[in-house]
Design a protein around this ligand. Sequence first.
Ligand code: B12
Length: 212
Amino acid sequence: MTELEEIAQNLIEGNENEVGELTQRALAKGINVIEILNKGLLGGMNVVGERFKQAEMFIPEVLLAARAMNAGMNILKPLLLSAGFRNVGSIVLGTVRGDIHEIGKNLVGIMLSGAGFEVIDLGVNVPPQRFIEVVVEKKAQLIGMSALLTVTMPAMKDTIDELKGAGLKTQIKTMIGGATVTQRYADEIGADGYAQDAVSAVSKAKELLNLN
Ligand code: B12
């Protein structure tokens, strides 16, 4: 088994400490940080997603895997961040109302910070009104919403509708993402942008703020 396969396997088994140690070891061996993220951590999480879907894994095990993923991400975070220049724009980021999935949202936050955005992370289960309050208070230019459940996706539309109601839709851009979200859904609800992963989230955010 390669180092990266070992990280993935330990993540699947929910071995938090091992994932942390193996991630450190992979870095020490000079393996590229993006490769560790994609093939090790995300590779493992993809298998978890598939097994969860087939009912071969259940919530307690998925939670352990999520914890192991975070252990690895905490080690990679400073390296993912180090490339950035400060403050190209501000984004209010959160997982929408009713939804507590945070790993993807956190990863998007890390990559945006690394690219020089100020990221105001509201956490999970964020009601539409809260996004608007904070974007106004912090004078941010962008709202980023994450949803992983089909049933919570409409909360993205609610937030965009609130923004319209407050007369801010043209001034503040909205960007959405999450495993169940598509470009088509973004178009349907009037979101300004969609990105399918954390790397493209950065280019999309730059595009929306005319920074490319
Ligand atoms: C881990 C996990 C959990 C963990 C979450 C732990 C945590 N701290 O986050 C726990 C166990 C809590 C959980 C709970 C549930 N889950 Co769950 N979960 C997952 C799982 C396995 C992985 C999600 C993940 O972290 N992926 C890794 C990250 C990196 O990927 P990502 O989130 O997609 O993010 C990337 C992109 O989407 C994008 N992105 C994400 N957000 C944003 C935001 C913006 C602005 C942009 C631009 C891009 C972007 O960039 C990210 C990085 O590349 C998925 C399976 C899957 N295939 O997604 C199911 C999944 C999402 N869960 C599912 C379900 C059903 C549930 C529960 C309802 C189960 C239950 N019966 O209770 C609950 C709901 C709880 C709630 N109210 O939210 C279903 C959803 C099905 C659907 N269509 O609605 C899935 C798809 C599993 C399945 N196939 O059945 N879950």
